[in-house]
Write a protein that binds this ligand. Structure first.
Ligand code: HAM
Length: 427
């Protein structure tokens, strides 16, 4: 059997993981806090499909990006359609906004999501092939109000899970008015440097010169030393918008630094971009990334509606919390553990457990036919508040002893009063 098991063992695909119940408690804690922070600001939850037509990401995320060029899980289905596992959430949410006619609903439309995403990446600390994103998108707001709101909601969320002091880095990367002129300026700057830069940069030089600034390779970083930044080359409209965002954040006492080097890795961004960073989450350090995408809805076939949003890797949030030693809320204790002796008592306790669980009480009992001693040990290990031992005598005499586990105090009560006592918390 041992050999057979060895032979049959199938391992986890690289870059994926199982999340077991102990770990899942942390996930639930963070996901609940996120949902609370977003709902308190008037955002509604949206679910989108795991796969979409490949075309959506080619056009949405942008076919010059690393994501589209190298990282997508694309396959042909049995009907010969090209489908792709979502590498992020924004494109799908925008597709749904258009598809479901959300532009005719009262604006702004404010949505949040909790999704898995898929990128064929080099796996390392904080970087996986299947990962999770908590994110939000706001449609229909041109003014800096939306930029300020989402950043402040993020601040509330981070504070609620104990990591309120992450660094916020902010930039503006222009729009369709100022970007083309700036791109020309960039190409001029890199003209005699590009030969010494990496192959990716050579490609970007032609397709998306803004990304040259972002390359992490040493040679390329050196070449970008005196690069002109878009932040200093914004058109009037973008400058006014950026000033409005900074002013709004200042008035709310939200700390940020302008980082002119932030250009983001997705093509749809215009004007405001931002990242929340920490040194605890591996090479990249970015916990949350986001920005404005005023041309995306239109580019994907919808009306000319502005948008802005963010998303963050849940794994990276949890890493940040773990590395700071932050707790994940109170451990849930079973309110009652039934220790049983014999089949009759077991059947009785099982019915009672069911009734208590139905009433919302966390109730435990044995499933393995264990001895009384082993059941008691289990009740201790699970940190139950009360235990009740039920055997033949207890049933025939309608009485039972409740032990208050924290103090060891014991109380004799009638068996049929237990339900009422537990529900009314009068033990
Ligand atoms: P992104 O910067 O590609 O932006 O990803 C956002 C966050 O997802 C990252 O900051 C990181 O925490 C997490 N993340 C990305 N890739 C991985 C990975 N391979 N493993 C673990 N975590 C990862 C977006 O996805 C945009 N859709 C954000 C946005 C929404 N912009 C506007 N609206």
């Amino acid at each position: 059997m041992g050999d057979m098991e060895e032979m049959m063992k199938i391992s986890l695909p690289k870059g994926t993981k199982d999340i077991l119940p102990e770990e899942m408690k942390k996930w639930n804690y963070v996901e609940r806090a996120f949902s609370t922070a977003l709902r308190n600001a008037g955002y509604g939850e949206i679910r989108i499909p795991v796969f979409e037509y490949t075309e959506l990401f080619n056009r949405g995320v942008g076919d010059t990006t690393d994501i589209v060029q190298k990282e997508m899980y694309t396959f042909t289905d049995k009907g010969n359609r090209s489908l792709t596992l979502r590498p992020e959430g924004t494109a799908g949410v925008v597709r749904s906004y258009i598809d479901k006619g959300m532009s005719s609903m009262p604006q702004p439309v404010k949505l949040f999501y909790n999704i898995t995403a898929y990128r064929y990446e080099n796996v390392q600390k904080g970087r996986y092939r299947e990962f999770n994103q908590l994110g939000a998108e706001v449609f229909g707001v041109e003014k800096p109000n939306a930029d300020i709101e989402i950043i402040s909601v993020l601040g509330i969320f981070f504070t609620s899970i104990g990591i309120g002091n992450l660094s916020l880095e902010l930039n503006s990367i222009g729009c369709k008015t100022c970007r083309p002129t700036y791109n020309e300026k960039l190409k001029e700057y890199y003209k005699d440097k590009i030969d010494g830069m990496c192959d990716d940069c050579k490609r970007r030089y032609e397709t998306n010169p803004l990304r040259l600034i972002d390359c992490k390779k040493e040679n390329c970083k050196a070449a970008s030393k005196d690069v002109p930044y878009i932040t200093d080359n914004l058109c009037e409209e973008c400058s006014v918008h950026f000033a409005g965002v900074k002013n709004g954040l200042n008035k709310m006492d939200i700390k940020y630094t302008v980082n002119k080097g932030i250009v983001r890795g997705l093509d749809y961004y215009t004007k405001t971009v931002f990242e929340f960073v920490s040194e605890n989450v591996g090479t990249q350090g970015t916990i949350c990334g986001g920005g404005r995408y005023d041309g995306l809805v239109e580019a994907l076939g919808g009306k000319d509606v502005p948008g802005i949003g963010f998303s963050m890797g849940t794994e990276r949030l949890l890493m940040e919390m773990d590395s700071r030693g932050i707790g994940f809320g109170e451990e849930r204790r079973p309110e009652i553990y039934f220790v049983t002796i014999g089949d009759n008592a077991y059947a009785y306790a099982r019915k009672l457990s069911c009734a208590l669980r139905r009433a919302g009480i966390y109730t435990e009992m044995d499933l393995l036919g264990r001895s009384v001693k082993a059941q008691m040990k289990d009740a201790n290990r699970k940190n139950a508040l009360y235990t009740v031992v039920i055997g033949e005598d207890e049933i025939s005499q309608n009485k039972a002893v409740i032990t208050i586990m924290d103090t060891g105090d014991k109380r004799e009560v009638s068996l049929d009063s237990i339900y009422k006592r537990i529900i009314e918390k009068k033990v």
